[in-house]
Design a protein around this ligand. Structure first.
Ligand SMILES: [Zn+2]
Length: 103
């Protein structure tokens, strides 16, 4: 695949996810559609979503879960630097380790 296509696809996914997050409270249906569209781009172009985009999808039911809206986020112990994300739709809880060295 051409690097340019990959870059555009990645940018589109980032825009869709950030729109989905900002629409989650006011327009949940639209935000679900935007998130699913981002997922479809990832599948169609066989591009793995960056970690920060993937974390808005429940690992179990694959639904889009907006942080703090249809998921619950709890901070772990300060020394561990992790958050726990619970999906309101299926009840699955997963842990995200907040990395402090990347970027
Ligand atoms: Zn779920």
């Amino acid at each position: 695949m051409k690097p340019a296509i990959r870059k555009i696809a990645l940018e589109r996914m980032e825009i869709l996810i950030s729109n989905a997050i900002s629409n989650a409270r006011t327009n949940p249906e639209l935000s679900q559609r935007q998130a699913q569209l981002a997922r479809r781009i990832s599948t169609r172009h066989n591009i793995r979503m960056p970690y920060d985009l993937r974390m808005v999808f429940c690992k179990k039911c694959k639904s889009f879960i907006a942080p703090g809206i249809n998921s619950r986020i709890r901070l772990g112990r300060a020394s561990v630097k992790s958050i726990r994300i619970s999906c309101y739709l299926c009840g699955h809880t997963y842990r995200k380790i907040i990395s402090h060295s990347s970027k």
